[in-house]
Design a protein around this ligand. Structure first.
Ligand code: SF4
Ligand code: SF4
Length: 437
């Protein structure tokens, strides 16, 4: 009874903190502008199933994809066992599903144990990869203390949680063999039975303590993990699904025009429909802060796994420029957090005298972008850092006239000569005249 009450209180505390954080995330994403999600819904759904659920883009790098798949499958399937933990915790039962599932129960338990071992193995491999092999994309400048700690912490937590399951099952099996009351027969559990020799000399009382401790440790660990995930880059576990659904389905080279500018240009060229209503002016071109970006851009920032695949493919980054598309996404998320926390505390929020452009992302970074889309292609969860870069550049060029001088003369040439060069359109065929002389 006391255990059930303690469990319900623990569960309620976790649910309270998760709910509070989810609402904050929703409010932060809503700081973004409304946007129209275009493209075929069927295609969006297909992207979500293939890319988020099926991990399709991860398999471009086969070895990490396989290890990542172990962790992903473990997360999806082992969590089914958590359902039994929760029911046992509330009702004060032990392995409540065992009598109902009969012979299927040990099969399922062995499957969970196999996944637990695979997850454990994959986490150790990833820890070695990050901390011993020092893969370049995990060492970039933006991977400061917290992002590195966050990545390691989650792997260590997984290792501990999976070890707790195996210890719990080993102690449980010994108690079953010794006929201890309430310990329902599960049949042989393959992987945890390797740990039995380490526990054999313990008394029943010690084994019950180990089993109960591992059970509580595991469930508290899972609940704490669920709260922690909402503050970490591991939010991608959930947000990869909406992000892939709402991601752009048009060709990568397609960049959304600004309707006001398009109308203006068409009017200048005499191509505008005289009867059409001119588009409403937005008041600002491009983006200076997060509220100028779309909510879809902000959702993408929370979905970023900080894997750095985008930065590793970025030609600007490869040639030593300051630009890192991963940092663009991390900065957008950090600014959202800053504004959201300020609003929650009754502070100035967006009016804090800071902005995404300038305080987080510099002109040097955005000007280094070649708009090549390599980052978009590389991202395993269909994030588009280029969209944010383009919006920031639009603001610098159109609101601040702050583009580099060479770009400004190119803009002027396009406006006056209809081409990036400084020659009059009437001189375009001079080269042919030279040839015929
Ligand atoms: S689009 Fe820009 S940020 Fe993305 S890879 Fe190309 S140069 Fe880098
Ligand atoms: S934007 Fe995509 S590729 Fe880049 S770090 Fe984030 S998840 Fe990885």
């Amino acid at each position: 009874m006391i255990q059930s009450i303690a469990f319900v209180i623990t569960l309620a505390i976790a649910v309270y903190f998760i709910r509070k954080r989810v609402l904050r995330l929703r409010d932060n994403i809503r700081l973004g502008k409304e946007t129209t999600i275009t493209g075929d819904k069927g295609q969006r759904l297909k992207n979500m199933i293939l890319v988020a659920f099926g991990q399709q883009k991860m398999f471009k790098k086969i070895t990490p994809a396989i290890f990542h798949f172990f962790i992903y499958a473990g997360f999806l399937i082992i969590n089914l066992e958590v359902l039994e933990f929760i029911i046992d915790g509330i009702l004060g039962t032990h392995r409540v599903f065992a009598p109902f599932l009969g012979g299927l129960y040990p099969v399922l338990m062995n499957m969970f144990e196999t996944l637990a071992v695979l997850v454990l193995f994959a986490c150790v491999v990833f820890l070695v990869r990050r901390n011993v092999l020092n893969i370049a994309r995990f060492q970039s400048a933006e991977m400061t203390k917290w992002p590195r700690l966050d990545a390691n912490l989650i792997l260590v937590i997984e290792v501990i949680l999976m070890s707790a399951i195996l210890c719990m099952n080993a102690a449980d099996q010994l108690l079953q063999v010794r006929g201890e009351a309430h310990y329902t027969a599960t049949g042989k559990l393959f992987f945890s039975s390797f740990l039995i020799p380490a526990f054999e000399n313990f008394s029943n009382g010690t084994l019950i303590f180990i089993e109960r401790f591992a059970w509580w440790f595991h469930i508290i660990g899972i609940l704490a993990f669920a709260v922690y995930v909402t503050y970490s880059k591991h939010l991608h576990i959930f947000l990869a699904f909406p992000n892939t659904y709402f991601a752009k389905v048009e060709a990568k080279g397609h960049i959304n025009n600004m309707p006001v500018v398009t109308h203006e240009v068409k009017s200048m060229l005499g191509l505008a429909d005289a009867n059409a209503t001119p588009p409403a002016t937005s008041g600002k071109f491009g983006a200076k802060d997060i509220n100028d970006l779309s909510w879809q851009n902000l959702l993408a920032a929370y979905s970023c796994t900080e894997c750095g695949r985008c930065t590793a493919e970025c030609p600007a980054n490869q040639t030593g420029k300051k630009l890192s598309p991963r940092k663009i996404m991390m900065d957008t998320r950090d600014r959202m957090e800053e504004v959201g926390n300020s609003i929650a505390k009754g502070g100035p929020g967006l009016a804090d005298g800071k902005s995404l452009l300038g305080d987080y992302i510099t002109k040097e970074e955005i000007n280094a972008c070649t708009s090549c889309n390599a980052c978009v292609e590389a991202c395993p969860v269909m994030i588009n850092p280029l969209e944010i870069i383009v919006e920031l550049r639009r603001y610098v060029s159109m609101e601040e006239s702050g583009a580099p001088a060479s770009w400004n003369s190119m803009y002027q040439n396009i406006e006056t000569n209809f081409a990036p060069w400084k020659f009059s359109p009437s001189d375009r065929f001079n080269w042919a005249k030279e040839e015929t002389k």
